[in-house]
Design a protein around this ligand. Structure first.
Ligand code: FAD
Length: 532
């Protein structure tokens, strides 16, 4: 049917495939960092194994703000290198995955003419660093123009705004596209395969042991590799302890949450930057029928897939929304869904969460385990390229240049513009908003997938047969994004999707009910902080 094909149903074959050779690289963790590294290395011809304790992107990488952005605010912190890399990478991602980098203008309101002048100075530096083309450069709106373009913004006391383009992605699908591409280039993968042991021979790391975490599945593998990369995001320090039980923590974890509302409650056309009560920047992003706002930044003690969301987190984000816009106040009752994620930042003593650098770093453990942490979704590709360059050297392999800046990601190849793709999808009988949703998620694959029928059952079957989904949550949260951007968190999609998956994955009726219940419980957990 399509170039994408990642069918992970045969668990025995997946685990066996991890044992039949000594790999050049074993990558632990299939978030954006791990899948980016696996793809880069596999495309250069290295043999690669990639494993994850859960699903692709189930850690931080499906819980970000979904912005492919240059990180203008980091300029004020003197992080020129971080900004240069992120700003430049936006352009690369737009080329290799146009469906996952949709233009998303940012409106930064300013209270005074002096405020506009200083924002413009920052913008000029940013545009120079990022080599931004003329049509993509910033504009300045006076108050009148701001009122005309975004009439819901309270314009009293504002001098105007600076507006510039950034991009919005679907982070879970960006990870998946990298995983699929890695497999197409020859990488072996297993999900729901946590590393339980790092193998050391004569004090040197030579592989890892994985054990299936799916109920009733006894599969496991002893994977051998010349280099082992720890890309476990917030769990990086946990993996380091498996190599060296004396290893000191390197990471400082911070949590960020996002709230989703219906777009008609706050009909903005562009992302708007707001000031929080403690003078941080927050934003509100239009996303089809919905809008979302984020994010918080607070220390969090331990990595978790479902970090706790508190009422303070929710109220902290509602306050600037209701202060910035001229609307009937948004309350807890308006919240459609919530998500929270953990940033795996490199620790910096004495700094506030939002002041900690977003730079990435790779470091070797005493037995040679290579850990990589920090960074941003936006710069994952160049971070992977740098890491694989250094792995080639360690392996003594001839340098093969990275191909990831040129080779399109799965779904990224389609004729014409994204808007034209959306129009073609509409001709299949989709409403414009729904056409946009599926065109963004599936890119160039979309017309094949929905040629016959549409809806959750079709999407879920495709997720199993071509996108490596093994649980209902894999489909609901990370393949379809319905958990975030659908009415009532996509609860109505669970039954038809589970029905389609049950046939393909051989679930009993009891197992099908368990899968549905597990998703419902997760939603209840996320919505617990809301007063009803
Ligand atoms: P993860 O995605 O967490 O991947 C690590 C993987 O390791 C997980 O899948 C986990 O299951 C696996 N793992 C853990 N233990 C084991 C084990 N024992 N065995 C095997 N596998 C294991 N960046 C941007 O560029 N733009 C943004 O808008 C943005 N917004 C953000 C907003 C928030 C709230 C947060 C938290 C982050 C944001 N970021 C953003 C940063 C970005 O999301 C992260 O830098 C990035 O996702 C980290 O990816 P990762 O692959 O390193 O970690």
């Amino acid at each position: 049917m399509s170039e994408i094909s990642l069918d992970l149903r045969d668990r025995r074959a997946s685990f066996r495939g991890l044992e039949d050779r000594i790999f050049d690289l074993l990558v632990i963790g299939a978030g954006i960092t791990g899948t980016g590294v696996a793809r880069d290395a596999a495309l250069r011809g290295l043999s690669v194994a990639l494993v994850d304790a859960n699903d692709f992107g189930s850690g931080t990488s499906s819980r970000s703000s979904k912005l492919i952005h240059g990180g203008l605010r980091y300029l004020a912190q003197g992080e020129v290198a971080v900004v240069r890399e992120a700003a430049t990478e936006r352009r690369v991602l737009r080329r290799i995955a146009p469906h996952l980098t949709l233009t998303n203008p940012m409106v930064m309101p300013a209270q005074s003419k002096a405020g506009i002048t200083s924002m413009r100075a920052a913008m000029w530096t940013f545009e120079k660093l990022a080599k931004v083309d003329k049509p993509e450069r910033h504009e300045v709106w006076d108050r009148k123009r701001l009122q005309k373009e975004e009439p819901t913004i309270k314009a009293d006391g504002l001098a105007g705004a600076v507006v510039y383009p950034e991009y919005v992605t679907d982070d879970g699908r960006l990870v998946l596209a990298n995983a699929v591409s890695a497999v197409q280039a020859g990488a072996r993968v297993a999900t729901y395969a946590p590393v339980t042991e790092i193998i050391l021979e004569n004090g040197r790391v030579s592989g890892a042991v994985v054990q299936s975490s799916l109920p009733g599945d006894e599969n496991g593998a002893r994977i051998r590799a010349r280099l082992v990369i720890n890309a476990a995001g917030p769990w990086v320090d946990h993996l380091r302890l498996l190599e060296d039980d004396q290893a000191k923590n390197k990471l400082q974890l911070t949590k960020g949450i996002h709230l989703v509302f219906n777009h008609d409650r706050l009909p903005i056309s562009r992302t708007v930057v707001m000031r929080t009560s403690d003078r941080r920047g927050a934003f509100i992003v239009p996303h089809g029928r919905f809008i979302y706002t984020g994010t918080t930044d607070t220390f969090y003690p331990e990595p978790e897939y479902w970090p706790e969301i508190t009422r303070e987190d929710v109220d902290y984000l509602l306050e600037p929304v209701n202060r910035t816009f001229n609307i009937e106040p948004i309350t807890h009752d308006d919240i459609v869904s919530i998500w929270s994620g953990i940033r795996p930042l490199l620790g910096q003593e004495g700094k506030k969460p939002s002041e900690i650098s977003r730079r990435d770093e790779a470091f070797d453990g005493p037995g040679g385990l290579i850990s990589i942490a920090g960074g941003k979704l936006t710069s994952y590709r160049s971070m992977a390229e740098r890491l694989v360059d250094s792995c080639e050297k360690k392996l003594g392999e001839k340098h093969v240049p990275s191909k990831t800046a040129e080779q399109k990601l799965p779904g990224g190849d389609f004729p014409g513009s994204f808007d034209e793709l959306q129009t073609r999808v509409e001709k299949l009988g989709f409403e414009p908003e729904e056409a946009r949703r599926v065109a963004q998620l599936y890119g160039g694959q979309v017309l094949d997938i929905f040629a016959g029928a549409k809806g959750p059952a079709v999407e879920a079957a495709y997720a199993v047969l071509h996108e490596g989904a093994l649980t209902l949550e894999d489909y609901w949260v990370r393949r379809s994004a319905r958990a975030r951007f659908d009415d009532e968190g996509g609860l109505a999609a669970l039954e038809p999707a589970a029905g389609a998956m049950a046939d393909l994955l051989g679930w009993t009726e009891q197992e099908t009910i368990r899968q549905i219940e597990s998703c419902r419980e997760k939603r209840e957990f996320e919505m617990r902080a809301i007063k009803k």
